[in-house]
Ligand binder design. Structure first.
Ligand SMILES: Cc1ncc(COP(=O)(O)O)c(C=O)c1O
Length: 385
């Protein structure tokens, strides 16, 4: 495959199999050496054609909605954990028929569903999501431990102990963090939930561990988990999303037009930040673009313009090795986590195709999207028919 992805239809998300395999090897080592189980958080990545590959190394996934639950059951297999902010009455039987572990986000939800969970004793293990009220994430939008958060029961609500019938503890407060952030969080969890930990059979450390990022202290994580397991005699789970597919693929796009107005040069693309890379605007962050860099103070560079009509659907500036012409490929790096799962069909702009770059260099087109995908989201039978 050429580095410019000339043979890939544009726009297209392209997952690179070789890189996914590398990440899975590292996550496999974490499992083998720490004794923890690493499960995939489907909210971060759910390109199900890759599930057989992931399933060969990771034993299951974690889900937060009925559709994720069904995808896990039908496409992934293995053990399924559920951790949703809230469950509906009519969903619970489906969850309980498929999951091995289920975490509740409030004591009222636990008392609502307790008898139904207890009827599955031995098959489904219930746990409580706790909030250590310790923040490691700077952006409030991504910080479940922010003041007044709706996510996770606080220590004073729990009175330190596990609610009657509960077997596990779950916490998730990290996002793209290192092992040092986990260690600091763990100190707070121990401080605030010590008696509950003594009672627990299992402990889920949530996601946000960016284990596959260069420089992550993998041995530090392994040591911490081994220590937790030894001291509390609990089964430990990690449920990363981003780390599984960190730097495993790109979004290939093309330049459709070049505009220059009042000294601002914009490359108009066939992708949208709002519809296809929403974290760029929400977080916000500036993605890496292949062959491009940030402008020096005396340079202007190119702004990248998205294809929707939203005024803010743009990003930049970038300086390219060669100024891109109309038709040139613009390749966004690291576009597998929280992209494909979050895209919308806003404005009816074409949704990027999905593709796989095989380890042997061959490209496989997995899915293309068309008008029916757009239309089907927007209505049913005509009124009055
Ligand atoms: C409960 C829970 N577990 C796991 C994850 C996965 O986190 P990440 O993709 O940052 O590893 C999330 C992400 O929001 C989450 O809310």
């Amino acid at each position: 495959m050429n580095a410019d992805y000339a043979n890939v239809p544009s726009p297209c998300f392209v997952l690179e199999e070789a890189r996914l395999r590398e990440n899975l090897t590292l996550l496999g080592r974490v499992q083998d050496e720490s004794g923890a189980k690493v499960i995939l958080a489907l909210k971060g990545f759910a390109l199900f054609n890759t599930f057989p590959l992931i399933r060969a190394r990771l034993p299951g996934c974690t889900v937060s909605s009925p559709h994720e639950l069904r995808l896990a059951r039908e496409e992934f297999g293995g053990e399924i954990h559920a951790c949703a902010p809230v469950y509906r009455d009519e969903e619970m039987d489906e969850y309980l028929a498929s999951v091995s572990h289920i975490s509740f986000n409030s004591l009222s939800q636990w008392s609502r569903f307790k008898s139904r969970v207890n009827a599955r004793v031995g098959r489904v293990s219930p746990g409580i999501r706790v909030n250590p009220e310790h923040s490691e994430v700077g952006t409030a939008l991504y910080d479940p431990a922010r003041p007044g958060s709706r996510l996770g029961v606080t220590a004073d609500e729990l009175d330190g102990r596990l609610p009657d019938g509960m077997e596990g503890l779950h916490f998730h407060t990290l996002c793209e963090c290192g092992a040092d952030a986990l260690a600091r969080t763990w100190t707070k969890v121990e401080e605030r939930f010590g008696p509950a930990l003594q009672q627990a059979k299992w402990l889920n450390l949530g996601g946000g561990h960016l284990i596959t990022r260069e420089g992550y202290d993998v041995d530090g994580l392994i040591d911490l988990i081994r220590d937790i397991r030894a001291r509390y005699d609990v089964e430990v789970f990690l449920e990363p999303g981003a780390a599984v597919v960190w730097r495993t693929g790109v979004l290939v796009s093309s330049v459709l037009d070049r505009i220059e107005r009042r000294g601002v040069r914009t490359l108009m693309l066939d992708v949208s930040f709002a519809a296809h890379m929403p974290d760029c605007l929400e977080m916000p962050y500036k993605p890496e673009v292949r062959g491009a860099r940030d402008p020096a103070p005396d340079e202007t560079g190119w702004r990248l313009g998205g294809t929707t009509c939203l005024a803010g659907d743009e990003l930049g500036a970038y300086v390219f090795e060669q100024d891109p012409d109309i038709g040139a490929r613009i390749v966004f790096e690291d576009m597998m986590h929280y992209t494909v799962v979050k895209t919308t069909l806003f404005n009816g702009v074409p949704h990027p195709s999905l593709g796989l770059l095989r380890a042997d260099g061959t490209f496989e087109l997995l899915r293309q999207f068309g008008y029916e995908d757009y239309r089907n989201r927007l209505g049913g039978n005509p009124l009055g028919s």
